[in-house]
Design a protein around this ligand. Structure first.
Ligand SMILES: Nc1nc2c(ncn2[C@@H]2O[C@H](COP(=O)(O)OP(=O)(O)OP(=O)(O)O)[C@@H](O)[C@H]2O)c(=O)[nH]1
Ligand SMILES: [Mg+2]
Length: 114
């Protein structure tokens, strides 16, 4: 992309965190709004998670994020949003601090059915 003076436009990049508890739809949201195929780190939920991760209300969910989600939205030639989705399981919450570093803001999802 070139500006009126033929100078290349370097867009301002803003980091937005997509956070929320287990299974609220963070990965689904990043994948839905991203203009590029999202980076996903989904692994199958196994029997070992029974009694630890509460699937009540999302019984069809078969995978969970084990690191992060990533997507991109170009708002204008001057502005690009980078979306970082957190893992939702309690045991991965320590990663939220690092994922939030440098973020301008966050979207916190809640599943009102649960
Ligand atoms: N009813 C309803 N279900 C949804 C919607 N979006 C996603 N889901 C379902 O809700 C579940 C959410 O799954 P994910 O997107 O993996 O949720 P997540 O927050 O990334 O989960 P973790 O990373 O494991 O914490 C899935 O079973 C989806 O099919 C929605 O808009 N409405
Ligand atoms: Mg996820």
């Amino acid at each position: 992309m070139l500006s009126a003076s033929s100078e290349p436009i370097m867009p301002t990049a803003l980091k937005i965190l997509i956070a929320g508890g287990f299974g609220v739809g963070k990965t689904t949201m990043v994948g839905s709004v991203s203009e590029v195929p999202p980076l996903e780190t989904e692994e199958r939920i196994t029997e070992v998670s029974r009694g630890i991760d509460d699937l009540a209300g999302v019984e069809g969910k078969y995978a969970t994020t084990v690191a992060m989600d990533f997507g991109r939205i170009t708002v204008s030639p001057e502005l690009v949003l980078y979306l970082f989705g957190t893992p939702g399981q309690d045991r991965f919450w320590f990663m939220w601090d690092d994922l939030a570093l440098g973020a301008l803001g966050a979207v916190v999802l809640a599943d009102t059915r649960r």
